[in-house]
Design a protein around this ligand. Sequence first.
Ligand SMILES: [Zn+2]
Length: 176
Amino acid sequence: MHDLVAHFRAPKGSLTTQLLPADAQTACACCGLAGATLTVSATPLCLVCAPAYAADEEQIDQHAALIWLPQFDQGSLSRLLRAAWTALLVCPVGQPTHTHALTVLDDLSARRETALEKIGTYFPARLRRAVSTLAPHHILKRQSAASGLRILPVAAWREQHSDALSTLLSNRSRTP
Ligand SMILES: [Zn+2]
């Protein structure tokens, strides 16, 4: 399972997104679905998953938040988000499916409060700064411990990439 704390100890400046060639049909390393258009540290990622890995992006605290969600790994969370974002895209406002998708997103967003209780912040950049100060023996101790920290991409990310996300979500919805 992806350990956010271990990942965030990557060398400073290495966790930014880069574009893959436009015609890439590469599978995302996080959610496993086709349509990766970005890389972070040479790992191919789709637009739904990318904010979970791109801790050095300038706007990361506006685009993503830490949540506490031990039930799901990051890839499962992305697939749930994909379903909710697709529903918002294709279902008219006021339809039950549209309302349900908003409820799912609100529930996930509210889990920022638990991250705040557990580690004192829900800003990814702060976690990124803090983990660099952990001693190696703290990381060794983590090897057997499961963390419930996940990254939730938020509305600002969805809005900034709305065209590319629409293409991604529409293409995936046509996949059998
Ligand atoms: Zn993905």
